[in-house]
Design a protein around this ligand. Structure first.
Ligand code: ATP
Ligand code: MG
Length: 200
């Protein structure tokens, strides 16, 4: 049996195809503002709501980029939990696994504004709401918010108008990623030849 740590643990889920400083700035600032012990960047194995809308990079490549992006940053960790579970990635399952591991944890599910607006469509979202605190960060250019009556912590973070979608088209066009993506993650995606020649 776990004795319980009372750990304050952030879950920042995403496709991270690729990760960028918008993700990282949000994660470190939420960690600081809410005094979280750690924030897990949980890489979706199969982001079921995106499947079919565009080709996705393999989950192992996305995890490798997130690992490279957070290396050496205190309190940020790449999580392979959803890859190990396989199949469609539901935050409700991730919350369940993390609480099974240590029931004394306090969980904080961090969402950008666009993801927040989509939360009612998540699988078993009531479990997420009842078992974790929702943390909302604003995102420039994003519409929408949480539905009426939902409670969330709002954390002000520097507003960075950066998206993975734009970064993928930058690679395709040969435009620079510098200062938008950490250097180690740029090296990783270059070595893996991601986003080139009609790939995602
Ligand atoms: P894509 O353009 O492929 O959808 P993305 O940049 O939106 O990629 P995701 O992996 O879809 O990145 O997002 C993961 C989480 O990070 C979501 O909660 C999203 O709202 C949040 N997020 C992404 N970019 C930013 C940003 N620039 N500022 C704040 N939050 C962000
Ligand atoms: Mg997105």
């Amino acid at each position: 049996m776990t004795t319980g740590s009372g750990e304050r643990l952030g879950i920042f889920g995403g496709t991270f195809d690729p990760p960028h400083i918008g993700h990282l700035v949000a994660a470190v600032n939420v960690r600081h503002a809410l005094a979280l012990d750690r924030v897990l960047l949980t890489v979706a194995h199969r982001p079921w709501q995106k499947v079919g809308s565009r080709p996705l990079s393999p989950a192992a490549d996305r995890l490798a980029m997130v690992r490279a992006a957070v290396a050496g940053v205190p309190g940020l960790e790449a999580s392979d939990l959803e890859l190990r579970r396989g199949g469609d990635s539901f935050t409700a399952d991730t919350v369940g696994e993390l609480l099974d591991e240590d029931p004394s944890r306090q969980l904080f599910v961090i969402v950008g504004q666009d993801a927040a607006a989509g939360m009612p469509t998540w699988q078993r979202v009531d479990e997420v709401r009842s078992r974790a605190c929702i943390v909302l960060v604003e995102r420039p250019g994003a519409e929408g918010t949480l539905p009426d009556g939902w409670t969330a912590e709002r954390v002000e973070v520097p507003r960075l108008e950066i998206s993975s979608t734009d970064l993928r088209s930058r690679v395709r066009d040969g435009r620079p990623l510098d200062y938008l993506v950490p250097p180690a993650a740029i090296t990783c995606l270059t070595e893996r030849r991601l986003y080139r020649d009609g790939s995602p």
